[in-house]
Design a protein around this ligand. Structure first.
Ligand SMILES: Nc1ncnc2c1ncn2[C@@H]1O[C@H](COP(=O)(O)OP(=O)(O)O)[C@@H](O)[C@H]1O
Ligand SMILES: [Mg+2]
Length: 361
């Protein structure tokens, strides 16, 4: 029978090299960094035993040291078909739809910071919005391509989870991850006077999102900057990770949301540097503590009451885990309602503290 061989396209070969860089070498290794960086150049090499004479010494070294591993990888290519197909589609989508806008944005950032398109930053990168065909997206530039490669994994796992960041495309040439633009602002952007009044519905929906992520083996990073809020859509979650054995449990993750719900209310009460020299510093500090608790405690009552009524198992499990950690001398733990640092005899705070005690805090 006659056989037909069709040469693989450049994009297909690049996807193959990316898959090797992703799974064939050690995560976060130097080789991974180089393979992902040079994937399109590596894909142009036809014959590994007959390298072009003008190839850079860095690439020659990279190829030589990975030749055997790549050979083994090629033998198992059939098993990787789905992953390679996904990567190929991403390469095509990025080139066609996003590359021009990302190029333009990068130049704009270098020239004038692109302040008008800036969304926010975290420890791993800076995010900007871009608009393509009338639709807005979030483009997050990672510090490196291995970091971008790492961040894609939980995003893939979170596909179609409502109110969670959604991956659209990515590129290792630009170290960029493109996501659907989540509506609203991250909660660190609200200050005391304009923190929204989160409704019970908002809070329940946030807990449900965290639960659904957990069911998909994803754990949240409870930093407030990872939570976006919008009055119409409620809370959205970004910047989450694949679960590992030493991660926080679901009940702990849910209780951690208290930080998200009370952010902003706090910052404006923090005394400034100059206040340290104030002769009334102690008095001011005491007043600050009271003010802060006046907004913190009612929110905690509301939050914990919701959990008690709607998720009693989670509350019990949290208490059990907390008691266990508290009994462990190697772990330092402080309760979420820390009476040592609350003026417990203040008349404005007593009613809230009483309610919290009834819930067991
Ligand atoms: N999909 C998105 N929609 C809207 N804003 C976003 C999106 N992704 C990131 N941001 C903004 O960019 C900031 C940093 O993004 P994040 O993914 O949390 O980065 P890091 O991993 O560095 O913490 C966020 O706090 C948020 O303000
Ligand atoms: Mg973040």
């Amino acid at each position: 029978m006659e056989q037909h061989f069709k040469p693989k396209s450049q994009d297909q070969l690049q996807a193959q090299v990316e898959e090797f860089g992703d799974k064939g070498v050690k995560e976060f290794s130097d080789d991974q960094k180089k393979i992902l960086k040079y994937s399109s150049e590596l894909a142009k090499i036809d014959d590994i035993n007959n390298l072009p004479s003008d190839l850079s010494p860095e690439l020659v070294e990279l190829i030589n040291s990975n030749q055997k591993r790549y050979g083994n990888f090629l033998c198992k290519l059939k098993e990787k078909k789905k992953e390679i197909q996904f990567k190929k589609e991403n390469i095509e989508l990025f080139k066609e739809k996003f590359e021009p806008a990302i190029k333009e944005l990068k130049e704009k950032i270098e020239k004038n910071n692109a302040k008008d398109q800036y969304l926010g930053s975290g420890s791993n990168g800076d995010a900007y919005w871009i608009e393509i065909e009338g639709k807005k997206y979030a483009a997050k530039f990672s510090r490196s391509n291995v970091q971008a490669n790492f961040e894609i994994k939980p995003l893939l796992r979170a596909k179609n989870i409502k109110n969670a960041a959604q991956l659209v495309a990515y590129s290792f040439d630009y170290n960029v991850v493109i996501m659907e633009l989540l509506p609203g602002k991250d909660v660190t952007k609200f200050s005391y006077s304009n923190v929204p009044e989160y409704s019970d519905r908002d809070i329940i929906q946030l807990i449900e999102t965290v639960k659904e992520l957990d069911q998909n083996d994803i754990v949240i990073d409870p930093k407030p900057s990872n939570f976006i809020y919008d009055e119409k859509n409620g809370f959205s979650v970004l910047d989450f990770h694949l679960k590992k054995t030493n991660n926080n449990s679901l009940p702990e993750s849910i209780i951690d949301l208290s930080t998200v719900l009370t952010t902003g209310k706090y910052e404006d009460h923090i005394l400034s540097r100059s206040d340290y020299e104030d002769p009334n510093y102690k008095e001011k500090l005491a007043k600050q503590t009271i003010e802060w608790n006046k907004s913190y405690l009612p929110m905690m009552v509301r939050f914990l009451t919701i959990i008690q009524n709607k998720y009693p198992d989670i509350l019990e499990e949290y208490k059990r885990i907390y008691a266990e950690k508290e009994a462990n001398p190697r772990i330092s733990s402080s309760p979420i309602i820390d009476r040592e640092h609350i003026p417990t005899d203040h008349p404005d705070l007593i009613p809230h503290l009483k309610k919290l005690e009834e819930i067991g805090f």
